[in-house]
Write a protein that binds this ligand. Structure first.
Ligand code: NAP
Length: 299
């Protein structure tokens, strides 16, 4: 029987693991894909206090190694659902039933899609949700990035160093992302920033050949690109784990300041939690608080 099962090995989940293991709790971290969560795909982290210019992978690996060396068990499988029994929970994967006294949900979010025709068909053939993973396939080609947040700006800057031309398309004329990154993009000769526009058609037969843009006045324009990097934010995954958990109107888990959910001994932390700021520092903070609350209530 575990004291705490943490579902999700992003910053929030791994931080919770570190805190729980340091309190001598028996901890299992379950992760369906790679450890690290979304940040593992970031080229460079510049805004985490004390860690400047570290890559997302190096940061994630350090965090993972720290959690494992402190004694967390790790299971690389998808947690499918949990069931509440008398005074413990069972967490199910496809072939395990894991008993635990408490659960921290740190399942993160998934990439929002444009929901355009052919979007799924062109994934890997000109549609990507990860510039640092796929950018190199489009070295010296013309590409576009859609979005106005930090992911889109960081992606456009990263791609501008390896691609021939980068179009950054945003639906408004002001950006959520950092103004210092925007300034760097404006200085790049091979970056073209197109505002008040969005993509309304993906052009191509077997692969993406171009995108059609529509501006706020209804004018259409076609640009030829080999890849469109979609960076329009994230949404909570429609996840069976959350079926009995109270969520807000957008599907994010509602907690109090101590990371309690509506179910006793189930806590939430990280991007899946309803909150205003989704950053590494807030994910770490959530993870630490969730673990400390769980430890206190186990004791
Ligand atoms: P985000 O901040 O939510 O930005 C999403 C962007 O996509 C917004 O500009 C939004 O436009 C646009 N958008 C949303 N739906 C759209 C649609 N259907 N069509 C066209 N455009 C659409 O997402 P993010 O950039 O992935 O960032 C997520 C969080 O991670 C943020 O808190 C961000 O600061 C953080 N992050 C930080 C860093 C860093 O600090 N270096 C790097 C990456 C991410 P509107 O602006 O008009 O809503």
């Amino acid at each position: 029987m575990y004291d705490i099962v943490i579902i999700g090995a992003g910053t929030a989940g791994l931080t919770a693991g570190i805190y729980a293991a340091r309190s001598n709790k028996k901890v299992l971290i379950i992760e369906a894909s790679s450890f690290g969560g979304q940040i593992i795909n970031s080229n460079k982290i510049d805004n985490y206090p004390g860690l400047y210019h570290i890559s997302g992978f190096d940061y994630s690996k350090k965090l993972y190694d720290q959690a494992i060396s402190l004694g967390c068990d790790y299971l690389n499988k998808k947690a499918l659902e949990f069931n509440k029994l008398d005074n413990y929970f069972e967490v199910n994967t496809i072939d395990d039933v894991i008993k635990t006294k408490s659960i921290i949900l740190a399942v993160g979010v998934t990439n929002r899609k444009l929901n355009l025709e052919n979007e799924d068909k062109f994934i890997g053939k000109g549609i990507s949700y990860c510039a640092t993973c796929d950018g190199n396939f489009f070295r010296n080609k013309d590409v576009a990035v859609i979005g106005g947040g930090n992911t889109a700006l960081d992606d456009a800057l990263y791609l501008s160093d390896i691609c021939n031309k980068v179009y950054l398309v945003h639906r408004r004329d002001s950006f959520r992302g950092s103004s210092s990154t925007l300034d760097k993009l404006r200085e790049k000769d091979n970056v073209s920033i197109i505002v008040n526009s969005t993509v309304n058609e993906l052009i191509g037969e077997d692969k993406l050949d171009g995108i059609s843009l529509i501006d706020n006045l209804g004018n259409n324009k076609i640009i030829n690109v080999s890849c469109l990097f979609v960076a329009i934010g994230q949404i909570p995954e429609n996840n069976n784990l959350l079926k009995d958990i109270n969520v807000d109107n957008n599907g994010y888990i509602i907690t109090d300041d101590e990371m309690h959910t509506n179910i006793s001994h189930i806590y939430a932390s990280g991007d899946i939690r309803s909150k205003n700021l989704r950053q590494l520092v807030t994910a770490s903070s959530d993870g630490a608080i969730a673990a400390v609350t769980a430890i206190k209530e186990l004791n």
